[in-house]
Design a protein. Structure first.
Length: 204
């Protein structure tokens, strides 16, 4: 026989429903954080020492800014409607935005940054990618798997370029062949584990 607490736990709404904004400031919290991240990334691009770094950091800033706009739009809709459908749309937007933003920051750091830059990108990008999918629905796990697979693929390309291209500066070759592989292995493992967990995860 089920106890009252067990029945209540089974009837409780999922976490993504409970995170639906009910106050105005809750709508703008994540978009403002995303704007702050985009501003930091843009500063990194402006301060970058070469054209390649400026391009990738600026591109990452554009991706994060676009995500901030999407979050604000979905959050405002969920706040106004207070429906399960709007909450699910907000959750999916948060997952996709977090994954894309985290991956953009991480990839930009791998392509344009030195060892310290890659470390900073990993410390900033990876938590954003994982945190955005914290409900662990099937959609969350699939999004994390795809995002990590993309990062792993970019890592592999950078390693190959670093080992074969002669026009790459020596400091960048060092980053691409010694630091980037660590990120590539980590994200590849996460992608595999998450892809295996997709079938077992709840739909919502």
């Amino acid at each position: 026989m089920e106890t009252g607490d067990q029945a209540q736990a089974e009837e409780a709404p999922p976490g993504w429903v409970l995170r639906t904004p009910t106050r105005t400031y809750e709508v703008w919290a994540l978009p403002l954080v995303a704007v702050a991240v985009a501003a930091f990334v843009m500063v990194a691009g402006i301060a970058a020492g070469d054209l390649l770094a400026r391009v990738v950091w600026t591109t990452a800033a554009v991706v994060v800014t676009t995500g901030a706009v999407a979050l604000a739009s979905a959050g405002w809709r969920a706040y106004g409607e207070q429906t399960r459908g709007a909450s699910w749309d907000l959750h999916r937007t948060t997952v996709v935005t977090g994954g894309a933003s985290g991956a953009a920051v991480l990839v930009a750091s791998m392509i344009g940054g030195g060892t310290v830059g890659v470390a900073a990108g990993a410390l900033g990008g990876l938590p954003i990618m994982m945190w955005s999918a914290r409900s662990l629905t099937r959609f969350d796990r699939l999004a994390v798997s795809v995002t990590c697979a993309v990062v792993a693929a970019v890592s592999l390309v950078l390693v190959v370029v670093g080992l074969t291209a002669g026009a790459v500066p020596e400091w960048r070759v060092t980053v691409w062949t010694r630091v980037v592989p660590l990120i590539g292995v980590f994200t590849a493992v996460v992608a595999i584990l998450q892809s295996r967990a997709v079938a077992r995860a709840a739909l919502e």
